[in-house]
Ligand binder design. Structure first.
Ligand code: ZN
Ligand code: ZN
Length: 663
């Protein structure tokens, strides 16, 4: 098994995106390889890091010039010395390297090269290959290449030239492209030039500069034939505002919130308008989607904007409101300019960059260093290995105790984490089966409409995406963690009182179900798909949020025969009455954010198989509940405890003791 350690940092957006995409590509190229991403700034400098990140974001929002100065400070050798002197970072990295013994280390953030140089300065031979993926373009901080690396992967020839001028030997530079999502390489479909009155599809990505977005959008809509897709990120208020503002143009404006589908969006639009972020510019190039940059943060983003002008693949406008003029120019005279941009994009587009870098990394990992032993960070799951394979009655020989959570929200509704983050969060904790259950409100109820507008539930237009994103992550979860992932929905039927309100979980769904149906009909639809219908928090909650949802409980004569199970516990609440009535039960986190992991869970003794698990729940056999704590639970409130680097190895140990108790 080849072990690849990818070091990243959560400053700006380019580094993490590069690291994530590369990790996925490595495992796509070689199923047996293990790649781990690690943000050591999060681990070594918990508080400092939060502060630095806040400062970074603050500076970006309010004083972009200042950030430019800060960024150029890093060019200063004195400051670089300070960076190399980050002793805690160095200590942590040394420990991680000793413990994990990777075959190859990849860095997507310039500081790591300097730290590694320091660790291996005393002629001690570095026992792994080291590859630097330069995530900036053209305007490159020299910190990237002043420390040695076996290879430097760069986005384009122009960037390679900067490195050569800086004294890096040519043979150590690989022009691979920026590691965008491997998805970009899958799609060969070409979007063609819009002719006559066909819609010009424009994607408007709003990050900062929100106040002026409204006016810019009004101007864009003054152009005929422009169809707009707007993404507002994690800002439900802005989204609601823009939906309201463009209501009379509904037929040609779509306002999305945060989205996982950037590759698909870029590949299906003629133009993107947005800021010159490292990841988005490279994604636009990969998708061959010309870009109009409406904001440039001085410092690291200047290079990205320069790239667009230098290669003539779009335009950089001074003011947000000029974006509309640029769009108009692109399409006038039978889209002459747009076609030129496209032609130039084709020359430099490298949608398969992540796969190329992955192959280089894996080739370089060929050398087997002796003395390597099993390493926690890369171990598929020690907990699993230790499990006793005792056969259980009525089950196959491979029945085992499975740790499950069937009620989890993501940022598709009101949860804090994205679907991929949820997979990693639960996967790293050794869970066996989870079901993602974002809220879907009844659009016929006023409260449901309001909830959708406030971005608290899945939007009607997002459900298809929701199913496809979970499906994709389901495969990754199995590849990486041997964890089963189900798609579910929590149907919100909110009335004005607790007795007219019900929340219903549909677990393991294959397709969406219309939330405006009556509850018995929804249950029927869930069953038609082989799913489970479960009453969520059906009894009085002693804590947590607002209103209780008692409708199902109050009408149990009607619903008990229809439902597969009831939540006997939800997060910290446990409902005695469900047990007294001997109703079939499960227990769930109702997870919205990391601290909710300390909560009630379901244990099922069965084969690790979707049907076997559902069968146990239906029959209410081999089902138990457990109150879950991992070691971080002891240090409640310690935010950094949720960082994988700090928790992963020890968590597995905790998991073992949990298993021992419950067997
Ligand atoms: Zn609920
Ligand atoms: Zn819920």
């Amino acid at each position: 098994m080849k072990k690849i350690l990818i070091l990243t940092a959560g400053f700006g957006d380019g580094h993490n995106a590069a690291a994530r995409n590369l990790r996925e590509a490595v495992e796509l190229v070689d199923e047996d390889a293990r790649a781990e991403t690690l943000d050591l700034f999060a681990d070594s400098y918990g508080a400092f890091n939060t502060l630095a990140r806040k400062t970074y974001l603050g500076m970006v929002a309010y004083a972009p010039r200042l950030w430019g100065q800060f960024y150029s400070l890093m060019e200063n050798p004195f400051v670089e010395k300070q960076l190399g002197g980050f002793t805690r970072l160095q200590n942590t990295l040394e420990k991680v390297l000793a413990e994990t013994q990777p075959d190859c280390v990849v860095s997507t953030y310039p500081v790591y090269g300097h730290v590694i140089k320091k660790i291996y300065s005393s002629h001690q031979e570095r026992p792994f290959r080291f590859i630097t993926v330069v995530t900036d373009s053209i305007t490159i901080n020299s910190a990237w290449f002043r420390a040695p690396s076996d290879y430097f992967c760069v986005a384009n020839e122009a960037t390679a030239e900067v490195l050569i001028k800086g004294g890096v030997p040519e043979e150590q530079i690989k022009v691979t492209g920026f590691p965008v999502d491997p998805k970009f390489a899958e799609n060969p479909d070409e979007l063609r030039q819009p002719i006559a009155d066909e819609p010009r599809r424009v994607l408007y990505v709003i990050n900062t500069g929100k106040k002026k977005a409204g006016k810019a959008i009004d101007r864009l809509l003054e152009l005929d034939d422009v169809h707009l897709t707007i993404t507002t990120g994690r800002d439900p208020e802005l989204r609601a505002k823009l939906i309201e503002r463009t209501r009379d143009q509904e037929h040609r404006v779509k306002v999305l919130g945060w989205t996982n589908q950037m590759p698909e969006l870029l590949m299906s639009h003629h133009l993107i308008i947005g800021k010159a972020g490292g990841a988005i510019v490279q994604e636009a190039i990969a998708a061959r989607c010309p870009m109009i940059v409406n904001q440039v943060i001085p410092g690291q983003e200047e290079g990205n904007a320069e790239l667009i002008e230098k290669f003539n693949i779009g335009a950089v406008v001074e003011k947000n409101k000029e974006a509309a003029e640029a769009v108009e120019m692109a399409f006038e005279k039978r889209a002459t300019l747009w076609n030129e941009w496209r032609k130039n994009l084709k020359k430099i587009s490298r949608p398969d960059a992540a796969m190329k870098i992955a192959r280089l990394v894996l080739d370089e990992s060929e050398n087997d260093f002796p003395g390597g032993k099993a390493v926690k960070l890369f171990d598929p799951s020690p907990a699993r290995v230790m499990r006793s394979p005792q056969p259980a009655n009525g089950h196959g020989g491979s029945a085992q105790m499975l740790l499950c959570d069937f009620h989890i929200h993501t940022n598709y509704s009101d949860g804090k984490l994205s679907v991929p983050d949820i997979i990693d969060f639960y996967g790293e904790r050794g869970f066996d089966c989870i079901c993602i259950t974002d809220h879907l409100a009844d659009p016929k109820r006023l409260l449901g409409k309001l909830a959708e507008l406030a971005n608290c539930t899945l939007g009607q237009g997002q459900i298809g995406e929701y199913f496809s994103v979970i499906e994709r992550e389901r495969q990754r979860a199995w590849r990486r963690y041997k964890m089963l992932v189900m798609t579910g929905i929590e149907f919100n039927k909110d009335g004005y009182t607790s007795k007219t309100s019900a929340h219903l979980l549909g677990i393991d769904l294959k397709a969406p179900v219309d939330a405006s149906l009556e509850i018995p009909e929804i249950i029927e639809k869930i069953h038609e798909q082989g799913g489970l219908a479960v009453a969520s928090h059906p009894h009085i909650m002693k804590s947590e949020w607002g209103k209780n949802t008692l409708y199902l409980w109050e009408n149990q004569e009607t619903f008990a025969p229809l439902l597969d199970a009831w939540e006997i516990a939800n997060r910290n609440n446990i409902f005695n009455d469900i047990g007294l009535k001997r109703l079939p039960f499960i227990a769930n986190s109702d997870f919205h954010k990391p601290k909710h992991i300390y909560s009630w869970k379901t244990l099922i003794h069965a084969e690790k198989d979707y049907e076997a698990i559902k069968d146990c729940i239906r029959r209410n056999e081999h089902v138990a509940i457990t109150l879950y704590r991992d070691f971080a639970g002891a240090a409640k409130g310690a935010k950094h405890a949720f960082e994988p680097a700090a928790t992963m190895p020890r968590l597995f140990e905790e998991r073992l003791s949990l298993q021992a108790v419950n067997h």
